[in-house]
Design a protein around this ligand. Sequence first.
Ligand SMILES: Nc1ncnc2c1ncn2[C@@H]1O[C@H](COP(=O)(O)OP(=O)(O)OP(=O)(O)O)[C@@H](O)[C@H]1O
Ligand SMILES: [Mg+2]
Length: 247
Amino acid sequence: MTAILQFKNIEKKYNDKAIIKDFNLEIEQGEFLCMIGSSGSGKTTLLKMINGLILPDHGSVLVNGKNIQEEDLITLRRSIGYCIQGSVLFPHMNVEENISYVPNLWNKRDKQKTKAAVAKWMKIVGLSDELRTRYPSELSGGQQQRVGIARALAASPNILLMDEPFGAVDEITRKQLQKEIKDIHQKTGITIIFVTHDINEALTLGTKILVLDQGQIQQFAPPKTIVEQPANEYVERLLNGKTIPIK
Ligand SMILES: Nc1ncnc2c1ncn2[C@@H]1O[C@H](COP(=O)(O)OP(=O)(O)OP(=O)(O)O)[C@@H](O)[C@H]1O
Ligand SMILES: [Mg+2]
């Protein structure tokens, strides 16, 4: 297996305080990595280092073996899907325009191709076709979240970064979105890095789980290992909130 993503000796400080210190990690292609840990443990910081929104003070992040600091960051960001909690849709664009934003940059001339891609992704994330011409303010939170996921996927990324993407939706919508993202992962083989606060969500979705506390890896293992052999007390405490049986 090849590593699609590598963190090498990463250090990040804010106001002289090291948030991330000597952080090393390799993620293989096709993995569904769930990152979990207390608030402030550095999850978002690490995620944003993958698409260069945050740069490390030391060390390097490699995507497909290439140091991202030597790449064009705009091109890199277009090749990596990014979904965050809450709506980050373009408010002045309707659903179709939001989803086709990146594909339009690529195939300006072939409008039909883009239209077909939008229809495909709307279907996959469970959005009915009649929502195509609605604006973000005319959608429910769950629908906005789905548009955000469709927009990220429509760019055909190899890597999808998701920062607590289902945090703001009700339990039923959350379950549906979990099922959809799991299906998308299985069908496309995309590599997903998914930040969550919810251990049940991590255990349901992840092929690997990274438990983080204060910028330090507590455990990096498949869900089954996390449950059966928690590495330390921190992981054990996290598992106390577990309600689902592990597959
Ligand atoms: N721009 C910044 N300036 C100063 N400190 C920052 C900045 N961004 C993040 N931090 C600090 O870095 C630490 C890690 O932040 P980060 O956003 O990565 O945490 P997180 O694990 O994503 O937390 P949460 O679960 O609450 O989203 C926190 O203590 C945060 O306050
Ligand atoms: Mg965060």
